[in-house]
Design a binder for this molecule. Structure first.
Ligand code: FAS
Ligand code: PHB
Length: 389
């Protein structure tokens, strides 16, 4: 098989890139190791920046998002038994949209299928070849048969554990990482959200987040030690722990119900530099990871893809490689600002097991200053809605 761009991974990054390239007349094939059902079964992000909404509009897949997505103009920070609203719309003129990553992926999958654009699911032993040469090649096995895809470019959209970053030439990458000593135990339930907007709670027992997917489906998280196992957490234990970390009004009005999904996500900050190796370009979680506290993971994947799609379109439509040459540097400028914000929000709201009394007081002072300063709230707000792309 031959195509112009071979995309590794059918998560949001790969699917969005495929859609933008197809709409620009650029042939592409997606090679995905899992089944569509498996990809849709992963419950992940919930908050879209306006940049991401614009990208989905450009990809022609924003109709359901506009029908079902919930525009949000503020968030609440909860600590010391009090909630403090941060009006991100008043402070920045922009808002975020609550629309689950699962639905984004579903919309992109449906559009790709409707367009008859090839996606190979269940691909095994995917390997990348000659991307630092003249004949880039993707090889994979399916149903016991080995297949090859010759291409001009390879887009590594295969996430943190994918093969693309691992295929970079030895010694060609500089990796930056911070692994946190805790994770997020998340639950999805068909219960009405406890509040109209998201509540980010800092508590001596640990962080908690009250989010949602719709007005009838809630998404909650509690910080747990990295050593925790999800099978040790009954629904009842989860609901009790969540209540203990919320203010009285939220704790009393929390509507509980059976979990329809429950999982623990590890938290890490990670960046791979550079993001380009000859004809191989990394995008999304393949190149970077943020702790989900700032709701940046999916949104960073979208901005990487916008940069890469525009660069490939310039290359194919004007034979101008300059955007491809500046891709990595341009992405990393935005990525590191999101890494900083996500690290800061995580440091502000989580309880670190090795925190001494001084660190706890500094955290309290940071929170007290933040909610008392319009300038500090504006700084949080402009990062939360998404920095200029
Ligand atoms: P993805 O990981 O979504 O997709 C990569 C795809 O590549 C997958 O389908 C995978 O099967 C495939 N793949 C992997 N290796 C392959 C190979 N060798 N060959 C072919 N295909 C291969 N972000 C938030 O903003 N908020 C959250 O609450 C949040 N929660 C998260 C929870 C978890 C457990 C994880 C892992 C991430 C979470 N994230 C969250 C971040 C998440 O939303 C990512 O940013 C987003 O999925 C990035 O999308 P992709 O870059 O497409 O990577
Ligand atoms: C979610 O709804 O999954 C979510 C929302 C905000 C975050 C992280 C996750 O910061």
């Amino acid at each position: 098989m031959r195509t112009q761009v071979a995309i590794i991974g059918a998560g949001p990054a790969g699917l969005l890139l495929g859609q933008l390239l197809s709409r620009a007349g650029i042939d592409n094939v997606i090679v995905e190791q899992r089944s569509p059902e498996y990809v849709l079964g992963r419950i992940r992000a919930g908050i879209l920046e306006s940049v991401t909404v614009d990208a989905l509009e450009r990809a022609g897949v924003a109709a359901r998002l506009h029908d079902e997505g919930l525009p949000h103009e503020g968030i609440e920070l909860s600590f010391n038994g009090q909630r403090h609203r941060i009006d991100v719309h008043a402070l920045t003129g922009r808002r975020v949209t609550v629309y689950g990553q699962t639905e984004v992926t579903r919309d992109l999958m449906a559009a790709r299928q409707a367009g008859g654009i090839p996606t190979i699911y269940g691909a095994e032993d995917v390997s990348l070849h000659d991307f630092d040469g003249t004949r880039p090649l993707v090889r994979y096995r399916k149903d016991g048969i080995t297949h090859e895809i010759q291409c001009d470019y390879i887009a590594g959209c295969d996430g943190f554990h994918g093969v693309s970053r691992q295929s970079a030439p030895a010694g060609s990458t500089k990796l930056f990482e911070r692994v946190y000593p805790f994770g997020w135990l998340g639950i999805l339930s068909d219960t009405p959200p406890v509040s109209e907007e998201l509540i980010y709670a800092g508590h001596e027992r640990g962080f908690a987040l009250c989010s949602m997917r719709s007005r009838t489906r809630s998404r909650y998280y509690v910080q747990v030690p990295s050593s925790e196992r999800v099978e040790d957490w009954s629904d009842e234990r989860f609901w009790d722990e969540l209540r203990s970390r919320l203010d009285t009004q939220a704790a009393e009005s929390l509507v509980t119900g059976p979990s329809i999904e429950k999982s623990i996500a590890p938290l890490r900050s990670f960046v791979c530099e550079p993001m380009r190796f000859g004809s191989l370009f990394l995008a999304g979680d393949a190149a970077h990871i943020v702790p989900p506290t700032g709701a940046k993971g999916l949104n960073l994947a979208a901005s990487d893809v916008l940069y890469l799609a525009d660069a490939l379109i310039e290359r194919y439509q004007k034979n101008d490689p300059r955007e491809l040459d500046s891709y990595s540097e341009k992405c990393l400028r935005r990525i590191w600002k999101a890494e900083r914000f996500s690290w800061w929000m995580t440091s502000l709201l989580h309880r670190f097991p090795d925190a001494d009394a001084f660190s706890v007081r500094i955290q309290q002072a940071e929170l007290g200053y933040l909610v008392g300063s319009e300038a500090a709230c504006r700084a949080l707000a402009e990062n939360y809605v998404g920095l200029p792309y």
